[in-house]
Design a binder for this molecule. Structure first.
Ligand SMILES: [Zn+2]
Ligand SMILES: [Zn+2]
Length: 110
């Protein structure tokens, strides 16, 4: 799964940090959230319904059980909510998504 290079990450913030935030614009009006569908797409047979994350590194996620590549911790299963789906997207073109890994972005061939 690709990691998304968000403006938050570029500002030096990491998952798990405690910060005070004042939203001047509704987050739903910003990309990539603005382009996300409000209704989840129908579930496909066999579509993953849980993620696996490291308790110390929640930014590392996988779709299979295993170990964290940073510290070797066992990854913990995290069930998805009914409306949540797992998608992969191009870090340069957040509107380009796929419902499985390995797809090539038509915009940048990445
Ligand atoms: Zn870890
Ligand atoms: Zn792209």
């Amino acid at each position: 799964m690709r990691q998304w290079q968000s403006p938050i990450r570029e500002a030096g913030l990491l998952p798990g940090m405690i910060v005070d935030v004042t939203c001047q614009v509704p987050v739903a009006g910003l990309e990539p959230f603005r382009s996300m569908p409000t209704d989840p797409p129908p579930l496909k047979p066999g579509e993953p319904r849980r993620l696996y994350t490291c308790p110390e590194h929640p930014d590392l996620v996988g779709t299979q059980p295993g170990r964290c590549t940073r510290d070797g911790n066992d990854l913990e299963a995290r069930p998805l909510a009914d409306a949540q789906r797992i998608r992969w997207w191009c870090p340069m073109h957040p509107a380009v998504t796929a419902d499985h890994p390995g797809e090539r972005c038509q915009e940048c061939a990445g």
